[in-house]
Design a binder for this molecule. Structure first.
Ligand code: FNR
Length: 184
């Protein structure tokens, strides 16, 4: 049966270039998996007092959606050379209470775009560090340091010709990675 892949966009901006990139990426492999975008923008700022209280409800809902996915694609901007606060908050809240992390074991990939030439590379490296602790096997290659340029996404929301082949390869390698890491 088809894999279900969660997509987490690290930006909560209405005009997010990373959301547009994520939507374009999903369209590159339309029949090969079911993709579900997981919202993080409505989450309160997590702290441990939420655990076991009604305040934890949005995180419990997020956790059950995470657990319904066989793989997770993170498409994120870089904020001050690191992981955006909204994304870190979702990772933290989804990992608690202690011993009840929803992220554990889910195969993942990271990619992101910024107008700068480094293309979110440092944010992605910080994310990889977090994923080691969260026990998420994360695709090493290809890396997806995408500089946002005119034409990266065309007027219809599809990935433009300059990056089409590379990003199609990225997505098919990711789906292979997810398949490889399914537990029997
Ligand atoms: C940025 N931006 C940015 N870009 C970058 O390449 N490296 C960085 O460290 C930062 N830092 C940063 C901090 C904050 C608080 C903001 C709001 C922005 C610029 C960023 O790449 C640009 O705003 C992108 O459009 C953000 O992606 P989304 O939100 O459009 O997906």
């Amino acid at each position: 049966s088809k894999l279900k892949i969660g997509v987490v966009v690290g930006s909560t901006s209405q005009q997010s270039i990373n959301r547009r990139l994520a939507q374009g990426l999903v369209r590159l492999v339309p029949d090969q998996a079911d993709f579900e975008f997981l919202d993080i923008g409505h989450l309160p700022v997590y702290n441990r007092d939420f655990d076991g209280t009604p305040a934890a409800k949005p995180f419990e809902e997020l956790k059950s959606r995470i657990r319904s996915c066989q793989g997770m694609l993170f498409v994120t901007p870089e904020h001050n050379r690191s992981v955006p606060a909204a994304l870190k908050n979702a990772l933290d809240g989804g990992s608690r209470p202690y011993g009840q992390s929803a992220w554990s074991g889910i195969p993942a990939a990271v990619i992101g775009s910024s107008p700068g030439g480094a293309g979110t590379a440092m944010a992605q490296q910080h994310l990889r560090n977090i994923f080691v602790f969260l026990d998420m096997p994360t695709m090493q290659q290809p890396e997806g340091f995408v500089q946002w340029k005119e034409g990266l996404i065309d007027a219809d929301g599809n990935i433009g010709p300059a990056s089409h082949d590379f990003l199609t390869k990225y997505m098919s390698r990711f789906l292979d990675w997810v398949s490889l890491h399914q537990r029997a």
